[in-house]
Ligand binder design. Sequence first.
Ligand SMILES: [Mg+2]
Length: 264
Amino acid sequence: MADMVSTLAWPRVTGIVSDLDGVVYRGKNAIEDAVEAFKAWQAERIPFCFVTNNSTHTAGDVVSKLRGFGLEAGEENVVTSAVTAAKLIRQTYPAGTRTYVIGAPSLKKAITDAELEITDRQPCVVVMGLDREITYEKLTIAVDAILKGAVLIGTNPDLLLPTPTGFEPGAGACLTAVSTAARVKPIIVGKPEVHMIEAALSRLGTDRASTLMIGDQIPTDIQAGKRAGLCSVLVTTGVPPFDDPSLLAPDFTVSSLKQILLKR
Ligand SMILES: [Mg+2]
């Protein structure tokens, strides 16, 4: 492991982009090594930004949780798929664009904060995140709107989410139902796409080649990091990894973030 640490120290790491669930915490519980590692990097003044596919929490919710674990962070340190989705829509569509939202209150807040109009009447855009109150009626409105020309945007493609007792369907599962019925390919905002990584890089202002992407999932975190040109580190504290030779491999694998010793 000594080798890995010295290798990770080169090239010089100037910034960190990191996943949250399975990396900094598992559900409600902190992963102590990760919290200590982030504090050590913070003491070295290495900037970091978290990127989360979860659209059901605002950046403010995430910051409260991190502070509860003793990690000092601000909303500028958190990029969510909900806010990134809203910004992506506004790159193409003007303020007031009719948007149908299937998702949590945090996604609806991101959409209205971006000055888009939430409506189920003749929407131009359908955006879908995780909605634990999803109904057949909501799916019908989405499919019908898309067949009439609306664009389909998904906050993230995650099919399964771990729960304390097993798994529940993720946002990607319902997104697949709608995209399959309407026979369209959705625009995906979250990892493995690079939109959130690019948003994080522009906040950090660091060079991508000297920025680490840390995550616990190869199909999302590591693919996004590699595609965006970051040095990508898999940490085995979250979802158990599985071998898929069609996916890009991480540059490094660690079992604890404390193995990543960084000096400014
Ligand atoms: Mg994760």
